[in-house]
Design a protein around this ligand. Structure first.
Ligand SMILES: [Zn+2]
Length: 133
């Protein structure tokens, strides 16, 4: 279960819309599964079908999270034309199996779908998202 405050949830969807046609990506941090901060990052791949976060960006965000004594709660990215389910690339590139991956699908332009998963080597688990006010 991940709890995301409504404004941060909306900001994440807006970020996804702003980056179209590219996939967006970012990191959510906070405490006890509750998101307190969103880091909007550059998609180092500059691609409409995949994403990566540059090592420099990752380091910068990890340092800031540590400084605030927070933890990484999720990594998010968008799917501009496909459903919110991990792609083969997402599975191959899932380096943090304990950190949920959030996917924002813009397939239905007017009704974006946001889903979270834990992507393991053997299975993909759905993780519940609760939007809090
Ligand atoms: Zn993906």
């Amino acid at each position: 279960m991940i709890r995301i405050p409504e404004p941060l949830y909306q900001a994440m969807v807006e970020h996804a819309r702003r980056e179209v046609p590219l996939e967006c990506c970012g990191i959510l941090s906070g405490r006890e599964k509750t998101v307190e901060k969103a880091f909007e990052l550059q998609n180092a791949e500059k691609s409409p079908v995949r994403y990566s976060i540059s090592p420099l960006d990752q380091l910068r965000v990890f340092e800031e999270i540590e400084k605030e004594s927070e933890e990484m709660i999720a990594i998010y990215h968008s799917h501009t034309h496909t459903i919110p389910f991990p792609s083969e690339t997402d599975v191959r590139m899932a380096f943090y199996p304990d950190v949920p991956t959030i996917i924002i699908s813009l397939k239905e332009e007017k009704a974006p779908l946001v889903k979270a998963f834990r992507i393991g080597k053997e299975a993909i688990y759905l993780e519940e998202i609760e939007v809090i006010s």
